[in-house]
Unconditional design. Structure first.
Length: 324
């Protein structure tokens, strides 16, 4: 009798637990959701996070707030979310450094795949390959020939070691069989004065950052780095269509949750973000910043992350870049 009573109590308790889980899933979100931006305000991922948060607050009927946690090449804020409760209330918007940092740091405090639940692939920001007017090249193949003929002058600027700008140049050298000298700066805007003065020959930079100089004629746009042409500069070809078939580099990003976040919560977040990305005012705001909107399933974003980690690991190894 005592055993039967114990079994009945155990079954009842299990039923209550399942009912509580179902109720929690049905009522998610029951409080505010936080999107951590592991970078300073004003950048692409900050703009995207704030644009999404505004719309998600309406569709989820709960406040969605943005909190900036910059530091350690985006690792500080990303690690904070990796170690947060997997309940769907703390998210992070990552950039392409999420894939490259694995290869650029000897030990990360988190695993970029194992410690996260992909929610949605939000965006791609194409880079633009621009050269100083003194460089005698007007397309990719001419530039490859110029670099080989002028090794002492083939100097490129970037926004820092390991940045997407640096990685784009490393991929270019790997695929074109060229060698260039790298001059890193603290941000691409800090690199512009030397480029405009001709002290460096070229740069891979975001379309938004370098486009004003291209329009002013102070630098020459050669091509964009994504497989598809950029809607911001549709007149420029891609590097892939200009002679380096398959070349693809960008700064990209998306939303992640801590590993173990309930699938129902991930599904609700995915639906809310995809809906926000389709709104005309959001699309216009992001397009004005040179952002190409993506969207799609969590599985799509998971595949992007795995593919990017593999690709850039190969490039870092070929380039002989030593992890910090």
């Amino acid at each position: 009798m005592a055993i039967r009573n114990w079994l009945r109590l155990a079954i009842a308790a299990a039923g209550l637990a399942l009912a509580a889980q179902d109720a929690a899933a049905q009522t998610y979100p029951a409080r505010s959701v936080k999107i951590v931006v592991p970078a300073t305000t004003g950048g692409a991922i900050d703009l995207i996070a704030r644009s999404l948060a505004e719309k998600m607050s309406v569709s989820l009927a709960q406040p969605v707030v943005v909190e900036n946690k910059p530091g350690a090449s985006n690792n500080l804020g990303t690690d904070f979310v990796a170690k947060s409760a997997p309940d769907g209330y703390t998210l992070v918007i990552v950039a392409s450094s999420h894939a490259t940092n694995k290869h650029l740091f000897k030990s990360l405090p988190y695993d970029p795949v194992r410690d996260f639940e992909p929610v949605v692939y939000t965006h791609v920001v194409p880079l633009l390959l621009a050269v100083h007017p003194s460089v005698g090249a007007k397309n990719v193949l001419e530039l490859v020939a110029w670099i080989k003929a002028n090794p002492d002058r083939a100097i490129y600027a970037s926004s820092g070691p390991g940045s997407s700008l640096h990685m784009a140049a490393e991929l270019f050298m790997s695929m074109s069989g060229t060698k260039m000298q790298h001059i890193p700066y603290k941000g691409s805007s800090a690199a512009h004065p030397d480029l405009l003065a001709g002290r460096t020959a070229m740069i891979f930079d975001t379309v938004t950052a370098i486009r004003p100089h291209v329009k002013a004629g102070t630098v020459r746009g050669i091509a964009v780095t994504t497989l598809n042409r950029s809607s911001a500069v549709p007149e420029l070809p891609t590097i892939a269509e200009s002679g380096l078939a398959g070349y693809d580099a960008s700064t990209w990003g998306g939303i992640l949750a801590p590993a173990g976040t309930p699938k129902d919560a991930v599904a609700k977040l995915n639906a809310a973000i995809n809906a926000a990305l389709k709104l005309e005012d959001v699309r216009a705001r992001l397009a004005g910043a040179g952002v190409e909107i993506q969207g799609g399933t969590p599985e799509r974003f998971a595949n992007v992350i795995r593919d990017e980690i593999e690709k850039w690991g190969r490039i870092v190894k070929e380039a002989g870049i030593q992890p910090e």
